[in-house]
Write a new protein. Structure first.
Length: 67
């Protein structure tokens, strides 16, 4: 896709979501602003609710997406 930033390599087992990240504020009815780390400074901070997924479980048990 042209103009889309990918976080990991494209493939069958690629990561679908990154995070978890804290929500800093709600913007309107369907958008949220997230607190992102400095490594993601090029990413816009506001996301539509359909692009977000609730974190279920302990965030310390998640694996790293870095290779």
């Amino acid at each position: 896709m042209k103009g889309v930033m990918r976080f990991v390599k494209k493939g069958e087992f690629s990561t679908r979501y990154i995070g978890p990240y804290k929500i800093s504020k709600r913007i309107g009815n369907v958008a949220y602003e997230l607190k992102l780390p400095s490594e993601l400074a090029a990413v816009h901070l506001v996301f539509h609710i359909s692009m977000l997924k609730k974190c279920m479980g302990d965030p310390h048990l998640l694996f790293s997406s870095e290779y």
